[in-house]
Design a protein. Structure first.
Lengths: 327, 360
């Protein structure tokens, strides 16, 4: 029965970029797994067997040079909802389908977005550093943050994740503005008390917290640059849980240095991780996390399950639950 | 007399209309000077350093002449008889008998903040002095910080930042896994104003909310936030993924969470404390965290504050500690000072006091 299982190529199990051991058991239920390193030792032998390419944290990279070595490939299944790292038209042109894992990522990412917003607003990181610093002798009186309750949250990108962020911020009595390619239904808006802003500029001017929850496309690359940052309030916080390239990082550095905005909280940067000498790393008003928006066992295992489900359907020639189709 | 002569002189130099304006201005100035001197005196801790931020002093000086504890101590015999109000902020100045009995005109000890565990209310009121605090105005900011601590601990935000900025980091880590917040069970111990607002906030995360309180809340209150009452605190401890302490510190709640309670909690559970350090048996907490009895703790309060620099809590990887910043926003701090002053003004004038703390 083992021999009948189709072969899937993965990055690695364990190690710095690989699957946690517990997560790797999931693809092993349905596939015979080969790791990228082992594959490279004899691509001529292993290549023709591979029917599915499973991508976790961008690896293995679905480059033409790799895809060329996989003549039997039927599906590229990525864990996560973002597909900016995949050249979908090119992959499709090889007769290979592409799949992602929308929806399963949304709750954890929305939770994380709120966590970043609160941690930045209320200076939780600085607070902890002071609390544990060997030199601390007194409780500081001047560690002041900004009020979250009753403040204005501007959500850029009101897809599933943006909407769940709105749901969460409602409990904090935040006024919610949003900007999206298409306006949401009245029911959707009323359910979370969100007000549509046709003008992104208007949202930027009015918000105390600007939350970026778009996906990365050619339209959203560099969406937030010098101009947009200068429209924001000097007391405002930028939170980014989408992709690093949505923000012009050089512009962001300047804005933070000049106090054009108060602070930034970023789960995503470009590249990841940033070069160790990047100015963002040393600014006092920046909170950076290493792309852990979905990092809970619960969510990660559901993502891998979905990815495997998509891959299995692709290999069997059945309709793929989360196929990425181009418009 | 001198004022009259001055005005008469001016009348000869200028026309009558201008002199009338000048007269009015002089009267106003003099009235203001008299009013300034009429303002009652209040004893405060200090401005700056460990005391009030500069930005809030105008709220106090609108109604009081203020003297810092340091200045007061330089000449207590001169200053003491004038003091009608004492403002207490972060438990300073300490409302000790030796100080209180030296203030013969004292009418009120007005606290900034809702917790009054540092004040001996029965003793102070026995001196004929009122005690006030500032409930309500602290609740939103404290509930916000409670959620911030919960999320930061659950999702390892502090560890994440440390890795993200570490000079030695070359790759995004794979094993920085946190615990799921959405859909998890939050057990709130102490469902007063702050506890209820925490419940409101956690509802948006689809958390199941259990609560334990001295008295059960109304059905409307429970339904508004989807909270289920747990008559048994043990039951709440067993079922919760996040245990949130939001009680006030009393003899009943001192050491409320100790070895036994921590052992009832899930090994995957997180303890969050925004009440007072003494509600938790800290030695028991250290052991529970070291042995994996619970997953983690997030504390805005400890005992003492700050902890001694060699305290084991400071070195544990699964502890997040913030230095009592629960109300630390400019907006909330100003509102607290305003309320503290309003309470003191009412007490000094013998009027109805908004937030008097009465002994039961």
């Amino acid at each position: 029965m083992e021999e009948e299982k189709p072969w899937a190529l993965v990055s690695e199990v364990g190690g710095e970029n690989g699957y946690l051991e517990e997560l790797a058991d999931i693809p092993k239920q349905h596939f015979q797994i080969i790791c990228y390193r082992e594959f490279l030792q004899n691509p001529v032998l292993h290549g023709p067997k591979i029917q599915a390419l499973l991508i976790w944290k961008y690896c293995p990279a679905a480059e033409p040079s790799l895809l060329r070595l996989l003549p039997s490939l039927k599906v590229v299944a990525s864990a996560g909802v973002g597909i900016d790292h995949l050249d979908v038209p090119f992959i499709n042109s090889l007769g290979v389908k592409v799949a992602n894992t929308p929806r399963v990522v949304s709750n954890a990412t929305a939770d994380f977005a709120m966590g970043l917003l609160l941690a930045s607003a209320r200076k939780i990181l600085e607070g902890h550093h002071i609390a544990v610093d060997p030199k601390t002798t007194h409780i500081p009186q001047s560690l002041m943050g900004v009020e979250v309750t009753g403040s204005t949250l501007g959500i850029i990108g009101m897809g599933e994740i943006g909407y769940k962020i709105a749901q969460r911020s409602r409990g904090f009595e935040m006024k919610i503005l949003y900007h999206n390619r298409t306006r949401r239904s009245t029911e959707d808006e009323q359910a979370v008390g969100a007000i549509y802003c046709e003008s992104l500029d208007y949202l930027l001017r009015r918000s105390d917290f600007v939350m970026i929850a778009v996906k990365l496309t050619s339209d959203t690359t560099g969406l937030i640059g010098h101009r947009e940052l200068s429209l924001m309030k000097p007391t405002a916080t930028l939170v980014n849980i989408s992709r690093g390239q949505v923000v012009d990082q050089n512009a962001l550095v300047k804005a933070l240095q000049l106090a054009t905005i108060r602070a930034a909280a970023l789960d995503v940067t470009h590249p990841e991780p940033l070069p160790r000498d990047h100015p963002l790393l040393s600014l006092p008003n920046v909170l950076i996390t290493p792309h852990i928006g979905i990092s809970t066992y619960n969510t990660a295992s559901r993502m891998v399950e979905k990815m495997v489900e998509n891959a299995l359907a692709g290999v069997k020639g059945l309709p793929i639950p989360n196929e990425v189709k181009l418009k | 007399m001198r004022r009259l002569c001055y005005v008469q002189c001016m009348r000869r130099l200028w026309g009558p209309a201008q002199v009338k304006n000048l007269h009015t201005s002089v009267c106003q100035l003099q009235r203001k000077k008299v009013m300034e001197a009429d303002k009652p005196w209040a004893l405060i801790s200090e401005v700056g350093e460990q005391g009030y931020i500069e930005d809030v002093t105008d709220i106090m000086t609108q109604h009081f002449q203020i003297i810092s504890h340091r200045d007061f101590l330089q000449n207590p015999q001169l200053h003491a008889p004038k003091i009608q109000a004492m403002f207490v902020w972060n438990a300073c100045p300490a409302a000790k008998p030796s100080l209180l009995t030296s203030l013969p005109a004292l009418k009120v000890v007005a606290n900034g903040g809702v917790g009054i565990d540092h004040l001996d209310v029965p003793y102070i009121t026995s001196l004929g002095v009122k005690v006030t605090n500032t409930p309500g105005v602290v609740s939103d900011a404290t509930a916000d910080i409670a959620m911030g601590l919960l999320l930061a601990s659950a999702r390892k935000i502090v560890e994440g930042h440390q890795i993200a900025v570490d000079p030695k980091t070359t790759h995004i880590p794979q094993c920085l896994m946190g615990v799921e917040v959405t859909g998890s069970t939050l057990g709130i111990i102490g469902m007063g104003d702050i506890g209820h607002k925490i419940a409101q906030r956690s509802k948006g995360f689809d958390m199941k909310i259990l609560y334990h309180n001295r008295k059960r809340r109304s059905v409307e209150d429970e339904q508004a936030v989807g909270a289920s009452y747990c008559e048994s605190m043990d039951d709440l401890l067993r079922r919760s993924d996040f245990v949130m302490l939001a009680v006030n510190l009393t003899p009943e709640t001192t050491g409320l969470i100790s070895h036994r309670e921590l052992a009832l909690m899930k090994p995957t559970a997180t303890l969050v404390n925004v009440s007072r350090g003494l509600v938790v048996d800290q030695d028991a907490l250290v052991k529970a965290l070291q042995s994996g009895t619970i997953r983690a703790a997030a504390l805005d309060v400890t005992h003492p504050e700050p902890l001694p620099r060699d305290h084991p809590l400071l070195g544990l990887p699964n502890v997040l500690i913030t230095p009592h910043v629960g109300t630390n926003t400019y907006t909330t701090t100003r509102r607290m000072v305003q309320r503290m002053v309003d309470n003191a003004v009412a007490a000094v004038k013998g009027q109805c006091i908004p937030n008097e703390v009465k002994t039961k």
